[in-house]
Design a protein around this ligand. Structure first.
Ligand code: ZN
Ligand code: ZN
Length: 239
């Protein structure tokens, strides 16, 4: 599925694993590509799409360290792809299966080659990507902003209809409220590419209007409306 009409690059979306986690390929044809997250098996299609456009993959970036986003990151690394992630999730990267004893497959620890920080710029085939550190869902969650295109990859920080799950020990509701307020400031036409589910826009996410008042946002979450589950099934578990 082609997700952008930018003349400069293509965004393709692949879905893998029991939580229907998204893997994106941002492909600059004839130049370079980046793969965002590595859910189970989905990255294979992303690499094939990049190869097809003669755009070698420069980086496999984890939006955060949750197991469903890094399931196959070590496999990609073993194939020679460089990995990137925020060091605040280093505990999750080192032990992605911690507290997940029920998983029917093994997830290898991920070694991060490129440590991301807020304000970093990545250049992929000449396309500038700004890294935003958006803690809350996890301490090391990041979003990726493409200036001039109004495109934001949001991981599990911001999903269609709500924010990511907050009930794991690595979650922090107040930090997430701060991060959501920051994202709500982006232009209303910004397209959001989340870690689960369909793309959306800032304008469509009308609940973000509440984000200006941190108390309102936290109350909203306490009412249980922050949860998001895969449509039509999947494991009934946190993402
Ligand atoms: Zn997730
Ligand atoms: Zn997550």
């Amino acid at each position: 599925m082609l997700l952008t009409d930018s003349p400069r690059f293509e965004i393709k979306r692949f879905v893998g694993g029991p939580l229907l986690t998204t893997c994106y390929a941002l492909i600059v044809p004839g130049k370079e590509s980046i793969i965002i997250d590595a859910p189970r098996d989905a990255w294979k299609g992303a690499i094939a799409a990049a190869d097809e456009r003669n755009a070698p993959v420069q980086l496999a970036l984890a939006t955060h360290g949750h197991w469903d986003h890094v399931t196959d990151m070590a496999k990609m690394q073993a194939m020679g792809y460089r990995t990137a992630g925020h060091p605040a999730d280093s505990g999750l990267f080192a032990n992605p299966m911690a507290g997940r004893a029920g998983l029917p497959f093994v997830i290898e620890p991920v070694r991060i080659d490129q440590r991301l920080a807020d304000g970093d710029h990545l250049s992929i085939g000449g396309v500038d990507i700004l890294i935003l550190h958006t803690p809350g869902h996890t301490a090391g969650s990041v979003c990726l902003w493409i200036a001039g295109e109004e495109i934001l990859f949001t991981g599990d920080t911001l999903l269609k209809g709500g924010a990511g799950y907050l009930e794991r020990p690595e979650s922090d509701a107040l930090a997430l409220a701060t991060s959501i307020r920051r994202l709500a400031e982006f232009p209303s036409a910004t397209t959001l590419y989340p870690g689960h589910g369909a793309p959306t826009t800032i304008a469509e996410e009308t609940w973000l209007e509440d984000a200006q008042d941190p108390d309102t946002l936290v109350r909203y979450w306490k009412a249980g409306q922050r949860r998001w589950k895969p449509p039509g099934g999947g494991i009934n578990e946190e993402i």
